[in-house]
Design a protein around this ligand. Structure first.
Ligand SMILES: [Zn+2]
Length: 290
């Protein structure tokens, strides 16, 4: 949303609501959120309808993410805009004159909708992929890297020229990392990793496995995991901006980063896209919650 267009949308509650309602339509038609039928009856003056086909009673935002929270249409548009600008939930609460828990719930709802709307989320990664683990959170001082106390290990796989998959894992044993790989990468793909020995079993799981030698100053042609290392830097920078994320919310923040609209271009070495979420309001409104 560019600023000028946004200004017009949030001018009044009527303009904002009209915009949101339009985004909920399918090919310009108002539809039943359950069966997508077009025929419906007006039930009352509060804007409730009954579907002529499945008899479902629904309001204008039933079954949509934004129907989960009682915010005005203008407030929702502002939440999307401020989220795009990476404003924290605390500041958002002040600017929208809502409580902090409400702002936090709105942002969490937005995050969930983005994750749900991620295209190709269930397709397996293929071709050339990079796999690596990183450690998030915990105290800054102390042991770094593998085995660091209080840190959450995260396993990531990046498809070159494609998508990224990340997952918080309980440990970094061969069994865990292999199970995570098999879940998201198609057999026969080429997997690049560092020399951590747990990856050695990849070749027995139907993958072509190539190891990166970090001691060498220069990477050998395609044998590197620079794309994923760029992604880790991007992910950490983004999490620092949130000033600490609770353990419960951490997986959601991670999943958000898989969203291609917000990730840096996969394989890029300088994750310069870390400044703004180029999301449109449609991404957020269109997906249904069921
Ligand atoms: Zn229906």
């Amino acid at each position: 949303m560019d600023l000028k267009g946004f200004e017009g949308l949030v001018k009044t509650e009527v303009t904002a609501r009209r915009h949101l309602l339009k985004a909920c339509q399918k090919n310009g038609h108002k539809i039943c959120p359950r069966c997508e039928g077009r025929k419906r009856y007006v039930l009352d003056t509060k804007g409730r309808f009954r579907c002529a086909e499945c008899r479902y009673t629904f309001g204008p935002f039933t079954g949509r993410w934004l129907g989960r929270l009682r915010l005005s249409a203008r407030q929702w548009l502002w939440v999307v805009k401020l989220f795009e600008l990476e404003v924290s939930a605390r500041k958002m609460a002040q600017q929208l004159a809502v409580s902090y828990p409400t702002a936090l719930r709105a942002v969490t709802t937005l995050r969930r909708s983005l994750v749900a709307a991620t295209p190709g989320g269930r397709q397996l990664l293929r071709g050339e992929v990079e796999a690596d683990e990183a450690y998030f959170g915990g105290k800054r001082k102390g042991k770094r890297g593998r085995g660091a106390a209080g840190k959450v290990p995260v396993f990531g796989i990046l498809e070159r020229g494609g998508r990224v998959k990340v997952e918080a894992v309980g440990n970094v044993t061969a069994q865990t990392l292999l199970a995570s790989t098999v879940k998201v990468v198609r057999r026969g793909s080429v997997v690049y990793t560092d020399r951590y020995q747990v990856y050695d079993a990849l070749m027995f799981c139907g993958y072509r496995h190539l190891r990166v030698d970090h001691d060498r100053r220069f990477t050998r042609g395609k044998v590197h995991i620079n794309g994923l290392e760029g992604f880790w830097a991007y992910a950490k920078e983004r999490l620092i901006k949130h000033h600490g994320v609770s353990k419960e919310r951490f997986p959601l923040y991670l999943k958000e980063m898989e969203c291609p609209l917000q990730s840096p271009p996969p394989g890029s070495l300088s994750p310069g896209g870390a400044t703004a979420h180029p999301i449109g309001v449609k991404t957020f409104i269109i997906p249904k919650t069921y």
